[in-house]
Ligand binder design. Sequence first.
Ligand code: PEP
Ligand code: MN
Length: 238
Amino acid sequence: MNASAFSVAAGPCSAESQETVDLCAQANSRLGIKYLRAGAYKIRTSAEAYEGEGRQAVEWVTQAAKKYDLRSIIECVDVSHLDEYEHVDIIQIGARNMYNTPLLRATAGSQKTVLLKRAFSATVDEWLKAAEKLDAAGADKIILCERGIRTFETSTRFTLDLAGALIAQRKSGLEVWADPSHASGDALLVPALSSAIYASGLDGLMIEAHPTPKKAKSDSRQTVSLSELDLLFAKLKN
Ligand code: PEP
Ligand code: MN
C-alpha cells in the first residue's frame, strides 16, 4: 500500500461548538490528516439524546476546513437539508440511512463525493447495491465505509468486518474506508484497529477525535483525544 494514497479523516462525532471543530481541524492540519469529519444533524437512539447543532455546525465545519485546507465530511440525514451542504466536500450517508433511496438519489444529484456507510444489518451485496443506486443517480465519486456490523458478540459495540470490506473493495473497485470508532465503541481499541485497517489494504480510515473526549456530547467512549490521535497516526505510518 502506498502510504500517501491512504486517506485519513478525523474529527468529533458532533460539531458541538466552533472551538471544538477548530481545535480538531488544527490538529489534523498539524498531523497531515487531510479530511475533517464531524456530525451536524445526529440520528440518536434515545429521544432525549443530543441531536447536534444542525445548520450552524455545517458552517463551523466548512469554515474550519477552509481555514486549515482540509476536505470536509458531514453526514446528511434529510433531503431537505441538502441545500445547506453547498460548501461541504464529501457528503456522508450514515449507516441508518443506507437504505434510504430518496436520500441516496438526492445526494448523488448534488455532484459531490458521497461516502456511503454500511448499514449495521447489511450484507456486502446490499451495501454494494446501495452504491449502485448512487452510481445510477450520477454520483460524482463514491467512497464506501465499513463501520461495524451487528453480530452475536456484545463485547464491542459492533463487529468490524474487515474481510467484508475487502470483498466490497474487490467487487466494486471503489475506495473502501473503515471506521474503528463506531465499529468498536471503545477508544482504547481504536489505535490497534486503525493499524489493522491500514495494514489490510483498505483505502482509508475515519476516526472520532475530540479535544476532551469525556466532554463530548455524543459517542464519548469511542472518541480519542487529540494527543491519542497524534500517537495513533505516528504509529500508523511506521
Ligand atoms: C458518524 O459517522 O457520525 C455516524 C453516525 O456513523 P454511523 O452512521 O456509522 O453510525
Ligand atoms: Mn459518532
